[in-house]
Ligand binder design. Structure first.
Ligand code: SF4
Ligand code: SF4
Length: 554
């Protein structure tokens, strides 16, 4: 935050003001009609009941859903926590749905590798550093913004303004947190920071789990190319040979489950999804020095991951933390990196939050774990979009998994709940995926708007919103009604099952207006989709006067 405070001092200097809009100060995104909360189009929830024709089916399914909803309140319905060590949390049979090309990954144009600036957190840091260095101030305009970050924003009109406004919100939120938020969110914030500072990033960023070549480069000043880092600690003269690629896959998947990972898939390394110009361990993380090189020993990628804690995620905004799952998937990445090197093979962990050289979403698809959604993230059958992956790059020859198509994209075309509920208007309402992103047509999340919503959150680091995950019909607990839906929906050619499921979802659950989700310092009610879990309510444990209301479903 200190970094951002310094950058903010520069942004706020009157002589550096690029705009002075009241809307920006109020922190509101407005649609064409001037309504807060971004674009709102299509069939509203309130009008949804006016559509007839499914009443009888809906009534039957409503009874079933009611029972399923009740069962879903039991902790036993968690997915991704209880049976992982035996591989029991990866239970969806993907074989009938294997396909050759992942959904929304059929090229429609020239496929280009991502620039490192497409990595939100790296471009954020780079922007803050540029402002702090005094090389650029907002009054100079986007044309003068130097380096690749300038190229990025010049190609995306309007997004720089959103990011500058977000930097201001980050500082406002930090002030609000210090003032009174560590009362209402004391437990939620402590849980978040325990995972973040206790395991994700030790203070000063000097040592992390797993070890990071960037940290070593910072300590020693010596560049560490992957030809060095990835082979470190290998003591065998020759790697142990697997009986076959299939044997290698079976072993590594079992070990990933043993390391606590709910889901695992393996795919071939594909350089199209490796950031250009980015290599941790090289000067400036390689932003300026690495170029287009692809290490020759990068042949295969093992993808694995876990869900975030259900209770907090279901509440969303304020009570949830991505660090929950980030922590566990990056710990597993550390263990797997070491395990593979012990067998005599190079291994390089790719792990959250800012330690990737590759894009995760395409690889999660290619490894057959899930598919793209409207919300711009990959959903998996077992957990919906509540899945946080890490990966290992290696040269082991595996039997690779094929992608799957379980018709999630078809469901997304009708559903749009995440787009309606997204407080920032970051999710597309387009009926069909139609943004071409580096050669692929898909729904595209507006990252700048999404991150701005995070910055508007109530907890101390503002990392998160996740309303889109909490409200998504795919991100349900593993009750019998969810199990039936998961199996029946992709096999139903009529679309009636998905229509019935949507009717239930839109009428059984309480949804807020977008502005309700805003923090009180930002003019909102601090609504949650559901109320926080009992163990995140400070009034249940602390001598604390509760002077707020919860605005969610029990
Ligand atoms: S909420 Fe609906 S539209 Fe959004 S990702 Fe989930 S299924 Fe798709
Ligand atoms: S995290 Fe929040 S702001 Fe971002 S896309 Fe999801 S609902 Fe929208």
């Amino acid at each position: 935050m200190a970094n951002e405070q310094n950058a903010l001092d520069i942004i706020n200097d009157p002589k550096n003001r690029v705009t002075d809009t009241a809307d920006a100060e109020a922190g509101e995104n407005r649609n064409d009609a001037g309504e807060p909360g971004g674009e709102k189009k299509g069939v509203s929830r309130r009008n949804f009941l006016k559509f007839g024709g499914v009443a009888a089916a809906a009534a039957t399914m409503a009874g079933a859903a009611g029972a399923g909803f009740a069962v879903g309140r039991s902790d036993d319905a968690y997915t991704g926590y209880g049976r992982t060590y035996q591989g029991g949390d990866q239970f969806f049979n993907r074989e009938p749905f294997r396909c050759d090309v992942p959904v929304m990954m059929e090229p429609v144009g020239k496929v280009e590798r991502p620039e490192w600036t497409e990595y939100l957190f790296l471009r954020l840091r780079a922007l803050v550093d540029i402002i702090k260095s005094g090389k650029w101030t907002p009054d100079m305009g986007v044309e003068a913004l130097p380096g690749p970050v300038g190229d990025h924003y010049r190609a995306r009109p309007g997004e720089l303004e959103i990011m500058l406004e977000t930097l201001k919100r980050n500082v406002k939120r930090a002030e609000a947190w210090k003032k009174d938020k560590n009362k209402r969110y004391a437990l939620a914030g402590a849980y978040n920071m325990a995972l973040r500072l206790g395991g994700m990033e030790l203070p000063g960023h000097v040592q992390r789990i797993p070890e990071d070549p960037h940290d070593e480069h910072m300590r020693t000043g010596k560049p560490i190319p992957p030809e060095d880092w990835d082979f470190r600690g290998i003591w065998r003269e020759k790697p142990l040979e697997f009986k076959s690629p299939k044997h290698a896959s079976v072993l590594i998947k079992r070990v990933a489950h043993q390391f606590g990972m709910s889901l695992v898939g393996i795919t071939k390394f594909d350089p199209r999804f490796m950031f250009k110009g980015l290599m941790r361990g090289m000067p400036d993380k390689g932003h300026y020095t690495w170029g287009d090189k692809v290490p020759e020993h990068w042949k295969s990628i093992i993808i694995f991951g876990v869900p975030m804690n259900w209770d907090g995620t279901y509440s969303a905004i304020g009570y949830s933390t991505s660090f929950d799952a980030y922590f566990r998937s990056r710990c597993a990445a550390s263990l797997m990196e070491r395990f593979i090197r012990e067998l005599g093979y190079p291994a390089r962990a790719q792990f959250p939050g800012s330690n990737y050289e590759i894009m995760m979403s395409p690889y999660v698809q290619l490894a057959g774990l899930g598919q793209y959604s409207r919300a711009g993230v990959v959903m998996v059958p077992e957990l919906g979009s509540n899945f946080r992956p890490a990966a290992i790059v290696t040269n082991i020859e595996f039997e690779y998994d094929k992608p799957i198509d379980v018709k999630m994209a078809d469901f997304c075309k009708k559903c749009k709940i995440c787009a309606e509920q997204c407080p920032s208007g970051a999710i597309s309402f387009d009926d069909e995926p139609q943004t071409v992103v580096r050669g692929f047509k898909r729904w595209k999340l507006n990252e700048e708007k999404c991150y701005q919503q995070w910055a508007s959150g109530p907890t101390q680091d503002g990392l998160g919103c996740r309303v889109c995950i909490g409200v998504c019909p795919y991100s349900r607990k593993n009750t019998w009604i969810h199990a039936i839906s998961r199996e029946a929906e992709p096999r139903d050619p009529t679309g009636l099952v998905s229509q019935g499921l949507l009717t239930m979802q839109k009428n059984f659950f309480k949804f807020h207006e977008a502005e309700d989700y805003r923090s009180d310092w930002d003019g909102g009610k601090e609504a949650s989709y559901h109320n926080p879990p009992w163990w995140m309510r400070p009034e249940n444990f602390l001598e604390i006067e509760k002077d707020w209301e919860y605005h969610g479903m029990e």
